[in-house]
Design a protein around this ligand. Structure first.
Ligand code: HEC
Length: 148
């Protein structure tokens, strides 16, 4: 088999072999000023995601079922408590629920009248799925950065 550079890199990635230069880059100790600056930048990006999720959630279909700020509605459960029935309540779990929606067979309570469509009826872009998940996650976890 002819080995191409790309093939080797892809195979290395598949086998979990870190490229030496990537490992070296991770080991670089950043000056405190740079670390602080990056942290501030990340905090701003996180806040911007939550704000975007908020604006989609409260101006579109989500709010019609889940109520203002996810406080619970006639056709959708409260999303502000920390009880999760469709996932483990992690960012990824919440995003997956929003992506796939909730079929009737999966309802935790058969009394819900309508299924939640994939995308929650909001037709989000890829980036907006993450923003919606960040916003819903923040309703019970707070708007601080995860792990802080
Ligand atoms: C037609 C009504 C409806 C719409 C619109 C809707 N949902 Fe839902 N949602 C539901 C129902 C019903 C459930 C399932 C509740 C259950 O299983 O008890 C649910 C579940 C969820 C859950 C999982 C909650 C848990 O406890 O695990 C999340 C997260 C969620 N919705 C987010 C959203 C977001 C974000 C949007 C908008 C993009 C949205 N939903 C739009 C009705 C709706």
């Amino acid at each position: 088999m002819r080995r191409t550079l790309l093939g080797v890199v892809v195979m290395g990635a598949a086998l979990g072999i870190a490229r030496p230069d990537a490992a070296a880059a991770q080991a670089v100790e950043l000056p405190p000023e740079v670390r602080e600056w990056l942290a501030r930048d990340q905090a701003q990006r996180w806040a911007a995601m939550i704000a975007e999720g908020d604006s989609i959630f409260n101006s579109q279909s989500c709010r019609r079922c889940h109520g203002d700020n996810g406080s619970g509605g006639r056709n959708g459960p409260d999303l502000t408590d920390s009880t999760w029935v469709q996932s483990d309540g992690s960012l990824e779990g919440i995003r997956r629920t929003i992506f796939w929606g909730v079929r009737r067979e999966a309802f935790s309570d058969p009394a819900w009248r309508f299924e939640m469509n994939p995308g929650g009826g909001a037709d989000p872009t890829w980036a907006q799925y993450s923003s919606l998940a960040a916003y819903v996650w923040s309703l019970s976890n707070g708007t601080h950065l995860p792990g802080r």
